[in-house]
Ligand binder design. Structure first.
Ligand code: CTP
Length: 400
């Protein structure tokens, strides 16, 4: 029973998906959890509290001032009681109020008083989900470590088709179970590079590349979820810092090298996901280069290979590299694995397929000395979870 002795407070807000949460209560209980239910006023327009009272075997909490329902459990006690709060379905209105810090109903008050993990399963019309206000609310909630599960894509109660359906009860129950599984990287420290580097030509110009940093940041998220203590050394990207890690911002390859090298011997794992510029301008100019009719020549000099340098350390962490290849993927990736003496390399085909630089999706071929595994096209978040799982099991094998 994966959820034995776990206490889950389930919040239900107004939406046609409110009936689906009956199945969620059943699934959570089947896995051993004790579930108590809080309903908002509008949730009660869709489903009777009595349904959830019968299913959960406890009174349903609906009103902040309703001490008679369960006098031993006021709203602060309820928030203290649970190990996890899940709000499913979470309406657009609820997400907006949660983001703004409102406490004008029992469920919102509990969310503010809660110091345990909070997960929300959005459910709304696809146009409401696409609205900039909703997207901003969700982005900000994520940056405050609220777990956002879903929504799924598909046919909606109103007849529209698109993203906005609540995840199925079983999918939510699985995520709850995963949350309580011991993390595969519990107690391990991970050093990670991400994003591009910028090599100055003069104070206003630089050489760089199209790396968005999305894959590296997704890996940081997945590693934190797996229990790792993460330090992210990041080149310039337009992404928010994932919560719960040490972020070191750098610009050039040399700065990235200087940030990584003193930290590497203390790390258990090192993942080099950054697209480090192989060259820098030999003599970047202290003042802006002025236009003239003459051609100019920039001399480029090689940067240090950060990954190779970490892998050559006497007290080296488990080293994972990335390879972007346009041809002969396996041979080129395996050659890099050997040349840089890596434990594992994740390669993606670039040039003629979607995925890779700047995309939201990716697919990877992962190689190690005596094995390989394909991670097929999926969102970078999903690919990151799979890659962290694989790295964790290779790390465990290598150390045993
Ligand atoms: N890398 C690094 N420091 C560098 C260059 C690359 O840490 N100065 C890391 C990248 O983060 C990535 C891997 O090495 O993990 C990719 O190496 P890549 O640049 O593709 O390989 P090269 O050996 O430079 O080979 P090539 O450019 O010929 O593909």
């Amino acid at each position: 029973m994966k959820l034995e002795n776990r206490k889950i407070l389930l919040g239900i807000t107004g939406g046609i998906a409110a009936y689906k949460s009956a199945e969620l209560v059943r699934q959570l209980q089947k896995s051993g959890a004790e579930v108590r239910v809080v309903m908002t006023q509008s949730a009660q327009e869709f489903v009777q509290p009595l349904t959830y009272q019968a299913l959960s075997g406890h009174p349903v909490y609906t009103d902040i001032f309703d001490g008679e329902v369960d006098s031993a459990m006021d709203h602060i006690e309820l928030a203290r009681w649970c190990d996890l709060m899940v709000v499913a379905p979470a309406s657009a209105d609820f997400l907006a109020k949660l983001n703004a810090g409102y406490a004008d109903n029992l469920l919102l008050t509990l969310c503010l008083a809660n110091k345990h993990p909070l997960a929300v399963a959005p459910a709304m019309n696809q146009q409401m989900y696409a609205n900039a206000a909703t997207r901003e609310n969700i982005t900000r909630l994520k940056s405050r470590a609220v777990l956002v599960w879903g929504p799924a894509h598909g046919e909606q109660a109103c007849g529209d088709i698109g993203p906005g359906r609540m995840l199925e009860a079983q999918q939510i129950a699985h995520r709850v179970e995963r949350l309580f599984e011991p993390g595969k990287l519990d107690g391990l420290s991970l050093l990670l590079t991400a994003g591009p580097t910028r090599e100055a030509i003069d104070p206003v110009r630089y050489i760089s590349n199209h790396s968005s940093g999305k894959m590296g940041y997704a890996l940081a998220d997945a590693a934190i979820a797996a229990g790792a203590d993460v330090t992210l050394v990041s080149g310039p990207v337009a992404l928010d810092s994932p919560p719960g890690l040490e972020l070191v911002r750098v610009e050039s390859a040399e700065e990235m090298y200087q940030a990584v090298m003193p930290r590497a011997p203390k790390a258990d794992l090192f993942i080099a996901c950054a697209a480090v510029s192989d060259y820098r301008v030999e003599q970047s100019q202290p003042h802006k280069i002025k236009k003239s009719s003459e051609s100019i020549t920039l001399t480029l000099t090689p940067n240090q290979d950060i990954l190779a340098a970490v892998s050559a350390l006497e007290n080296r962490p488990f080293c994972v590299g990335f390879a972007a290849e346009t041809q002969d993927l396996e041979n080129n990736a395996r050659a890099k694995l050997e040349r840089k003496k890596l434990d594992l390399i994740a390669a993606n085909q670039v040039g003629d397929v979607s995925g890779g630089f700047n995309a939201d999706q990716n697919q990877l071929e992962v190689f190690w000395s005596d094995g390989q595994q394909s991670l097929s096209m999926a969102s970078k978040a999903d690919i990151a979870i799979q890659l962290i799982d694989l790295i964790a099991s290779r790390y465990t094998d290598a150390r045993s």
